[in-house]
Design a protein around this ligand. Structure first.
Ligand code: IVH
Length: 662
C-alpha cells in the first residue's frame, strides 16, 4: 500500500534526522537520506492525499504567509531577572533560602537566541510562537517547522506546550554573513539578530535555508505529567525527542553554583553557539510554587549575565586608513571572531606608538577585549604562540592613498597626510557629512560614497544635493534600483531641514565635534552670525577655548569654505538652530543619567537624545552626582560603582517604560 510506504519513509527519515540533529549521532549517510527523501517527495507529489503534516518534506519550507497572526500565551511567557556579580548571586540565594531551606538548583547555559513556545495537539506540532510581550506573541509555525531538531510529531499523542530558545549556531552565522557580504547585503550584527530576522520571514524557504537550531528548557504545565522537579522536566522533554542542552547541571548549594558559573565563563568560547550568561533555577517544583512570581519575573530563577569579554584570534594583516583630517591609522585585520555578541574582523590599532609598545606583529595571536560599550581593542599578544614567522610592524612613510610624504608633530603620536587633494581625505569627509550624528543622510555608507566619488557623481559636499539630476543614470548602476535611489534622494532632501548643529559638525571643521557644534548653534543661532564672529567673541562662549576659536576663524578664512556654505544656503540647506521642545517629565527633569552595557532595543545615541528631550542630562561617569544608571547587557564597572554608591538602577525595560509613560 502506498500510504504504508509513505508512513514508513517518514518514520525512517524522522528517526535519522533526530539521530543526526538531536543526538548528534548520525546513523545514515547524507546520500541515503537524500535518496529516501527524494522518494518521499515523489510519492507525495503523486499522492497528495497521503501527505502528512509531520512529513520531513515540510522542513524544506515553501509555505508563504501574508502576515503574522497574534497568539495569546495561556501561561504568560515571563522573562528573567538579572544578576551581574557574585554578591548579587549570593543575594538571590539568600532570598530563595528565606522561603526554601537548602534549595537545590539547576544551572543552565543562557542561550543567546529568541524564546519560542511550541504547542502540540495530539502529539503533532500545531503552533510555534514568539514570546512577544509575554502575553501576546506572533505565530511563526511555518518557520518553526523548518528547524530540523524541533520534532513535528511526538512519540505520544500529547496535548502539550514546550518552551525554549531558537538560535543560530556560530558557524552558520559566520557563513551567512560571508554570503551576505559577497552579495552586497547588510550583515547581521550577531547570531541572535540573525535568528530573530530568520523567524520573522514570511517565506519559510528563507528560514529553512538559515540552519537554525533549538534548545528546549521549560515545561509550563509540568505537574500534569507527574513531574516534581525541573530536572525531571528536562529529562521528560528529552525523552519526547526535544533537543535539551547537555551542559545542564543540578547543583547543591551556592558553592557548586559558583563553580559552574566560573567553569562556563571560562569555557563559553568553546561552544558552537553563543551564550550570554547562566540561568539558575530552583529545582523542586513545589518550592518554585512557594517562591512565586513578581509582575515580570519568576522569583525561583534568575540569569547571571557575563561581564565584558576577551577572545583570541589571529592578526592577519595591518592596513592603514586615512581619516578626513588626514590622520593615518593602522588597523588590525583579524580572523573573524565573535566577541560579546558581535563579529569582529577589523579594529583600530590607534597609532604607531600603540603597536610598538605592545610589540604587535602580523601573524600574532592577539587578545581582544571589549569593555562595556567601547570599541574592541587589541590588548596584547600571546608571545608563547609565536612561530617565528611573524612580521614586525613598520610605520609607513607615505600616504597609502595619494603617496604624499606623511608628517608628524613632535607632540602627537599620529602621522598625517597633508595633501589637501588626497582622495581618501575627501571621501572620508563626504562619509562624515552624511553620517548619523552629522547630517544623517541614510544609505551613504563607506562603499557607496567611495563608488560615487570614483564615478564622479560626488566630489564635494554640495554634490549630494545635485545627485537628483543623475537619477536615471544612477538607477542603471548595478545593485541599485528605482526604490533604493529614491530612498537616497529622499534622505538627502530631508537633510536640508536639519538644525544648524548637525551642519556645523558635518562640515568637518577641525575641533568642532558634535558637542561643540551644539554649543555654537545654541549660542549664535545662525550660520551667518557664526561666520561673522570674531576670535574674541568666540572665546567668550562657555566651553569654547582658544584652539577651537582659532580653528573656526581659520575655517571661515578660506574662500572655498565660504563658497561651500553659500552654495549650501542657495540649495536650501537650513542654516539656523532649531531648539528642541523639551517635554518635561518628572522621571527625567534635572536628573543626571549614566548608560552602561549594551542596550538591546534602542540605540545609545537615541537613548541620550530622549533623556535630553525630557529635561535630563547624560554623563559618562558614575559619581555621587549621578541620579540614575541605566543598565544594559554586559554592564561594566559603572554598574558596580552605582551599586556601591547606592544609586538608582533602571534596566533597559524600566527605562523604556518611563519614556513611554511620560
Ligand atoms: S528560562 C520562566 N532558561 O533568556 C522561565 N531562559 O533573559 C523563563 N533564555 O526569555 C526562561 N536560555 O529567551 C530560560 N536556559 C534558559 C535560557 C533562557 C536562554 C532566554 C529566554 C528568556 C531570556 C531571559
Amino acid at each position: 500500500m502506498i500510504q504504508d510506504h509513505i508512513d514508513e519513509l517518514i518514520e525512517i527519515l524522522n528517526r535519522a534526522s533526530y539521530e543526526y540533529h538531536t543526538l548528534d549521532k548520525p546513523t545514515m549517510t547524507d546520500q541515503e537520506y537524500d535518496s529516501y527523501l527524494r522518494e518521499l517527495i515523489n510519492l507525495e507529489e503523486k499522492y497528495p492525499e497521503f501527505k502528512r503534516p509531520d512529513s520531513p518534506t515540510v522542513r524544506v519550507g515553501g509555505e508563504v504567509i501574508e502576515g503574522f497572526n497574534k497568539v495569546t500565551h495561556e501561561v504568560p511567557m515571563l522573562s528573567l531577572s538579572n544578576v551581574f556579580n557574585e554578591s548579587e548571586i549570593i543575594a538571590f540565594d539568600e532570598r530563595v533560602k528565606k522561603e526554601v531551606p537548602n534549595p537545590k538548583y539547576v544551572c543552565e547555559l543562557k542561550i543567546d537566541g529568541l524564546s519560542v513556545s511550541l504547542l502540540y495537539k495530539n502529539g503533532k506540532l500545531v503552533r510555534g510562537a514568539t514570546r512577544g510581550d509575554g502575553v501576546t506573541g506572533e505565530d511563526i509555525t511555518h518557520n518553526v517547522k523548518t528547524i530540523k531538531n524541533i520534532p513535528l510529531s511526538l512519540p505520544e499523542p500529547l496535548d502539550i506546550e514546550i518552551r525554549g530558545e531558537i538560535y543560530m549556531p556560530k558557524e552558520s552565522f559566520l557563513s551567512l554573513n560571508e554570503e551576505r557580504r559577497r552579495n552586497g547585503m547588510d550583515e547581521f550584527a550577531n547570531p541572535r539578530n540573525a535568528a530573530a530576522g530568520s523567524v520573522r520571514q514570511l517565506d519559510s524557504k528563507i528560514a529553512a535555508s538559515r540552519n537554525l537550531s533549538s534548545f528546549l528548557y521549560h515545561l509550563p504545565n509540568a505537574e500534569q505529567y507527574e513531574i516534581h522537579s525541573h530536572y525531571e522536566s528536562l529529562q521528560f522533554m528529552r525523552k519526547l525527542g526535544f533537543n535539551v542542552n547537555p551542559n545542564i547541571k543540578k547543583v547543591d548549594g551556592i558553592d557548586e553554583l559558583l563553580l559552574y558559573i566560573e567553569e562556563w565563563t571560562k569555557n563559553r568560547e568553546t561552544l558552537p553557539y553563543e551564550i550570554d550568561g547562566i540561568v539558575i533555577k530552583v529545582d523542586d517544583l513545589s518550592s518554585q510554587k512557594k517562591l512565586g512570581f513578581t509582575a515580570k519575573y519568576p522569583k525561583w530563577a534568575t540569569a547571571y549575565k557575563f561581564p565584558a569579554m576577551e577572545v583570541y584570534t589571529k592578526l592577519r594583516d595591518i592596513k592603514f586608513s586615512v581619516g578626513r583630517t588626514g590622520q593615518v591609522t593602522p588597523n588590525a585585520i583579524l580572523e573573524p571572531v565573535i566577541l560579546a555578541g558581535s563579529t569582529i574582523s577589523k579594529t583600530t590599532l590607534h597609532n604607531e606608538e600603540y603597536v610598538i609598545l605592545r610589540d604587535i606583529r602580523i601573524g600574532d595571536i592577539v587578545s581582544i577585549k571589549k569593555a562595556g560599550d567601547v570599541i574592541p581593542e587589541v590588548v596584547g599578544v600571546l608571545e608563547e604562540r609565536r612561530t617565528g614567522n611573524e612580521v614586525p610592524f613598520e610605520m609607513i612613510k607615505n600616504c597609502p592613498i595619494c603617496g604624499s610624504i606623511l608628517t608628524k608633530k613632535e607632540t602627537e603620536a599620529a602621522y598625517y597626510c597633508k595633501n589637501p587633494h588626497c582622495d581618501a581625505k575627501k571621501i572620508e569627509g563626504l562619509i562624515h557629512y552624511a553620517s548619523r550624528d552629522a547630517m544623517n543622510i541614510e544609505g551613504f555608507g563607506d562603499n557607496i560614497v567611495e563608488d560615487f566619488y570614483n564615478m564622479g557623481y560626488l566630489k564635494s559636499i554640495s554634490d549630494y544635493y545635485y545627485l537628483y539630476q543623475y537619477k536615471e543614470e544612477l538607477m542603471e548602476l548595478e545593485g541599485f534600483g528605482n526604490k533604493s535611489i529614491q530612498n537616497l534622494l529622499d534622505s538627502i532632501e530631508a537633510s536640508k531641514s536639519n538644525s544648524l548643529e548637525r551642519l556645523l559638525f558635518a562640515l568637518g571643521i577641525r575641533h568642532v565635534g558634535k558637542k561643540t557644534g551644539k554649543i555654537l548653534a545654541d549660542y549664535f543661532k545662525t550660520m551667518d552670525k557664526l561666520e561673522k564672529a570674531t576670535y574674541e567673541e568666540l572665546v567668550e562662549v562657555h566651553d569654547i577655548g582658544e584652539i577651537i576659536a582659532e580653528s573656526i576663524i581659520n575655517y571661515f578664512a578660506l574662500p572655498q569654505n565660504v563658497e561651500l556654505i553659500n552654495n549650501l544656503r542657495k540649495i536650501g540647506v537650513n542654516m539656523s538652530y532649531m531648539e528642541k521642545d523639551i517635554v518635561e517629565s518628572a522621571d527625567f527633569l534635572g536628573k543626571t543619567f549614566v548608560l552602561t552595557g549594551t542596550l538591546e532595543t534602542i540605540k545609545r545615541e537615541e537613548a541620550k537624545e530622549m533623556i535630553e528631550s525630557l529635561g535630563g542630562k547624560t554623563s559618562s561617569t558614575v559619581s555621587s552626582k549621578t541620579d540614575v544608571v541605566v543598565v544594559g547587557v554586559n554592564p561594566g564597572s559603572k554598574f558596580d560603582k552605582a551599586n556601591e554608591l547606592g544609586i538608582t538602577i533602571w534596566t533597559e525595560k524600566d527605562f523604556i517604560e518611563k519614556i513611554e509613560k511620560r
